[in-house]
Design a binder for this molecule. Sequence first.
Ligand code: F0G
Length: 457
Amino acid sequence: MSEFKTIIEPFRIHSVEPLHMTTFDERTAALAEASFNLFDLRAKDVLIDLLTDSGTGAMSRDQWAAIQRGDESYAGSPSWFAFRDAVQNLFPFRHVIPTHQGRAAEKILFGVTGGKGKVIPNNTHFDTTRANIEYSGAEAVDLVIEEGRDPSSMHPFKGNMDIGALEALLEERADDVPLVMITITNNSGGGQPVSLQNMRDVRAVCQRYGKPLFIDACRFAENAWFIREREEGQGGREVVDIVRDIAATADGMTMSAKKDPLGNIGGWLALNDDELAAECRNLLILTEGFPTYGGLAGRDLEAIAQGLTEAIDHDYLRYRIRSTAYLGDALEEVGVPVMKPCGGHAVYLDARALLPHVPPLEYPGQALAVALYETGGVRGCEIGTVMFGQSPDGTEKPAAMDLVRLAIPRRTYTQSHMDYVIEVCAKVAARAADIGGMRIVEQSAALRHFTARFEKL
Ligand code: F0G
């Protein structure tokens, strides 16, 4: 531990990317052209891009060097073995199945285990997980604890699964449940961590009903750091050991290597069950590729293998979690309502609290995200009624919360970038009363937030 209170970026900059400044009028025009859908903007017109922390991180010198080592052999490449060993070092599941990203692992897993009449519980399903489950015909159920739905609750592990609710579901419908999932950190619930104890309790329930537990482990390292900081008896432990303890609670995992593993692309499915693994590999070959590369180039496998060693570095994680909290704390100080405590990869603005005059079905999260871009070129992402309000039967209802996520790419922006974001948010908050709602003029049947077109009301 340092004797100084400033926690600095534990790296220096080796290669830079220019940012493109825009005027208010240019941003207004860009928004109109994008029908107020921020996914439809050209990234060059975005100054600070906090749309996602997925695949947007800066790779290290050693990752770029590893890319040079990439071996593109179709089968049995040394890069595959480097990747497999790096994954199993942290998550010692018997079978590792590489995919091009997380949702491909979900598609394969639920292609085999899902289907009509099935139900899959999770603390909170991420949108692609929910969509893949529902696409298979199954039902996706969220069972996060009560505190996880309250933006102001200071519970240290707001991502925890409601054990009673899980037991009740299994008691009633055990035959319909092929597996139980838990997402660490709980992205859709505010990037909140799950405690090791909660994972162990979930495992105990799963064992009682003979159900496998799968972790959606995208942000496993951030979750492990929170465990180290907040959970009794875990302080001072090595993160690598906490990660292995997490893995030991589960029978398998889905993964996006675009998050904590510090890749720009990639993912995997890992599991112990031989029979299920064989079925999944068959689907893999159909849609992703041969089992020793899946959907990835050899060079990507190398970059991820190296990234996995950097993701669990204590100096990195201390900086990572602190820099997110820096943004969250500052926003709170200037009067912008944020979800508390701060998540690991993102700060979530509480749009419903900031814009109480905009009803959920007029999408306060979308209205706020649009205002942030218009005001200062900052791109965030609505996580609310636009993303979750659409039911498979075509009806619409308010999501549990209307949030705007400011996701922080890993190792990419500096503190002065964040100071600018804080200023933009404060300016938007100061004129909150003048921000009106939005209406959807066109949408797709599922995952509408990616392509919907909006109008200001
Ligand atoms: N699970 C979680 C918890 C995620 O956050 C994501 C992606 C996925 C699965 C799917 O992984 O993108 O590699 O296919 N989240 C990104 C985000 C897109 O912005 O939060 P993927």
